[in-house]
Design a protein around this ligand. Structure first.
Ligand code: ADP
Ligand code: MG
Length: 266
């Protein structure tokens, strides 16, 4: 297993571009995520945040540029290979199985991750039973942490939208990734669940988990992120700690200003 030299970013995106026909969704984007941080990625709708995440996590090929994870080039590798390198992501549109129980959703996430390694090698063996027991324990711990243990055996379909997002986040954590990328984890979520998601991210970060988070909820971004990258038109506009970003005229004009105009509740 490769380890990250001190100071080398966990994730380095170097000049990636991605076009859809004539639309340059991502245009020479550079960004880095330092290990141990919560890094925010913000910018107006359509500026290329989700496409950037898709490229980083292997769900879209890049046209050019490089993506280094722990110093290794992962550009254009499969989502599965990138997950095994230690990078998991959630989607702006939740992807969980409504017909499976909440517990099964977590176990399946882990099984999908493990499919190409121990599952085939140890099928039916004691090693596999041990792994299954460990997965069940991890799922139990996660469900307690997110306050959904009473829904362990309930079909995920009965959960609220926000609770489903919590399950998707927990599912991404089942494989102990080094980096978790979240695409708008709070969008459409009620305040009670927002508090839970925020607490989960904070607790896990305090234990060393690194996050890259796309989010429009500026209160959350400013409270939770150590470093914020602002995108505009497919590229990085600026970056810095919350206090710098919050007070930058370009951000106020291009982004926060517009958000304020929508008369969002304080
Ligand atoms: P954001 O997440 O910042 O709102 P997106 O990355 O979703 O922005 O989109 C960036 C641009 O790329 C938008 O103009 C969007 O319409 C376009 N786009 C995104 N995905 C596709 C796709 N699969 N096919 C065509 N155009 C796309
Ligand atoms: Mg998006």
């Amino acid at each position: 297993m490769t380890t990250c030299p001190i100071d080398e970013p966990l994730l380095q995106v170097r000049g990636i571009s991605k076009a859809f026909g004539g639309v340059k969704a991502v245009n020479q984007l550079d960004l880095s995520v330092q290990a141990g941080t919560v890094t925010g990625l913000i910018g107006p709708n359509g500026c290329g945040k989700s496409t950037s995440i898709d490229c980083i996590s292997g769900f879209q090929p890049v046209d050019s540029g490089a993506i280094l994870f722990q110093g290794n080039d992962i550009s254009n590798r499969s989502p599965d290979a990138i997950a095994h390198a230690g990078l998991m992501r959630t989607f702006q549109n939740i992807r969980i199985y409504d017909d499976l129980s909440v517990q099964e959703n977590l176990l399946v996430s882990r099984q999908e991750f493990d499919r190409f390694s121990w599952m085939t090698a140890f099928a039916g063996s004691r090693a596999m039973r041990d792994k299954e027991r460990q997965s069940a324990e991890k799922a139990q711990e996660l469900l307690e942490e997110i306050g959904l243990q009473r829904y362990l055996k309930a079909p995920a379909g009965i959960l609220s939208y926000g609770q489903k997002k919590l399950v998707a986040l927990a599912a991404a954590m089942m494989s102990d990734p080094k980096l978790i990328i979240l695409d708008e984890p709070l969008a459409g979520v009620n305040p009670t669940v927002i508090t839970r998601i925020e607490a989960l991210i904070k607790n896990r970060n305090e234990q060393g988990q690194t996050f890259l988070i796309v989010e429009h909820n500026m209160g959350f971004v400013m409270r939770s992120c150590h470093h914020i990258i602002v995108m505009e038109s497919g590229a990085k506009l600026l970056e810095g700690p919350p206090d710098v970003v919050r007070n930058d005229e370009r951000v106020i004009d291009a982004y926060l200003g517009r958000a304020r105009d929508r008369k969002e509740p304080a």
